[in-house]
Design a protein around this ligand. Structure first.
Ligand code: DQA
Length: 397
């Protein structure tokens, strides 16, 4: 089945004005096809949602679905768009022809999968198209398409340079440099998602792009997560290495390492405050002996106390999956900022009283000054279009 539909908008903003939503084989059956894996939304509903989400970003969305590899290749070749969101279905796992088609064209392409392909059959864990794509999102259902549109939008608004700080595909960070002469103040961004693999650094794209406009160089880091080789100790080691890598790239990019703010959201807030306690860790503990020490830490709805978070079963057992140990184990004291004293530099927390993912009590019990935002929810804190974000920027000025 070939379908091509346009959803025009009156006026588009920014340089990411037209995006093609491209879906591959069997996705025409969405809604009826294994709904326990792919959800109950039909393709038509998904495409209508994408048109709406695009509209919110000033993006005009066009859509195409085919079960035929050649038709997908022809569409990639002839697409006159600024970006592409592509779910290649099962072709993902073996179509070098699609890889080459994506590599051959200029619009940036984001790979999207509804299901968590990394947690299913072994053959689904391989993607032969990822290399040709600027970013990959999986396991977030239809919301993954929305995240892909946002990623394309922020990428065009403020283009990042992705830099490797290690050998794993997740050992990367996105560096953005503000206009004007250095040395530049630095903001390290650490995304959340209960340390689980399907949540990645695009969560912090909007915050990063906004901070660049406020004159910060931003370093939006990725790290291995539970489900892709992370958890104790790899997640902690990666975050330490990613922050320390600033000392390698500082000279080239004129970064001021005496003015480094680490901003983490949710589980990333845990990692941000933990990073401020790295110099208090015993030698040999994951993340010990830091080379870059931050001057300021801002936790946005952080999971500050891992034992308390475990007790409240936050993220449905997320702490135990992360540490692979029950409470009382030494890992809690080495990984929880609650136990690490002193924490280096200024510590701040911003938390909304309407947060249902990480209750504000965790922050109120932290001993750190908390900016309480009445009625604000979990994700508003990293949304630059929400007034809650202004409270975060205030702390930086
Ligand atoms: C999929 C995952 C693929 O492995 C599968 O073949 C699909 C859909 C997803 O969206 O989760 O058809 O791309």
């Amino acid at each position: 089945m070939y379908r091509l539909a346009m959803h025009p908008l009156p006026d588009s903003l920014g340089t990411m004005q037209r995006v093609l939503i491209l879906n591959g084989p069997n996705l025409n059956l969405l809604g009826r096809r294994e709904p326990e894996v792919y959800g109950s939304m039909t393709l038509a509903e998904l495409e209508a949602s994408c048109a709406r989400w695009g509209g919110e970003l000033g993006i005009e969305v066009s859509t195409f679905q085919s079960n035929h590899e050649g038709a997908l290749i022809d569409t990639l070749h002839s697409s006159e768009v600024d970006g592409i969101v592509f779910n290649p279905g099962a072709f993902t796992h073996y179509s070098y022809a699609l890889h080459d088609a994506i590599a051959a064209i200029s619009p940036p392409t984001v790979e999207v999968h509804l299901s968590n392909v990394k947690q299913r059959e072994a053959w689904r864990r391989t993607s032969v198209v990822s290399d040709a794509c600027v970013y990959s999102i999986y396991g977030r259902g239809a919301e993954g398409y929305r995240a892909a549109l946002r990623h394309l939008h922020h990428r065009s608004e403020s283009p990042p340079t992705t830099i490797a700080y290690g050998t794993d595909p997740d050992h990367v960070g996105d560096l953005r440099i503000p206009q004007g002469a250095g040395p530049h103040r630095v903001a390290v961004l650490i995304h959340g998602g209960f340390w689980r693999d399907h949540w990645t650094r695009d969560l912090m794209d909007g915050a990063a792009a906004d901070l660049v406009s406020h004159g910060f160089a931003t370093w939006n880091i990725e790290y291995r997560r539970v489900g892709n080789g992370g958890g104790w100790p790899a997640t902690l080691e990666d975050v330490g290495h990613a922050i320390d890598h600033l000392s390698e790239i500082a000279p080239q990019h004129d970064l001021d390492l005496d003015d480094v703010t680490v901003i983490g959201h949710s589980a990333g807030g845990h990692l941000a405050h933990w990073a401020a306690g790295r110099q208090s860790l015993p030698e040999g503990a994951p993340g010990s002996s830091p080379r870059v020490v931050s001057s300021r830490t801002i936790g946005l709805a952080p999971v500050f106390d891992l034992a308390a978070a475990h007790e409240r079963n936050l993220g449905d057992g997320a702490v135990e999956s992360f540490l692979r140990r029950g409470p009382g184990d030494q890992r809690y004291s080495l990984a929880s900022p609650h136990h690490l004293q002193p924490l280096a530099g200024e510590q701040h927390i911003v938390h909304g009283s309407g947060d249902e993912a990480v209750p504000i009590e965790l922050s109120l019990d932290s001993g750190i000054p908390v900016v309480v935002l009445e009625g604000v929810d979990h994700f508003a804190l990293i949304d630059p279009s929400h007034q809650a974000w202004a409270a975060v920027v205030d702390l930086l000025d």
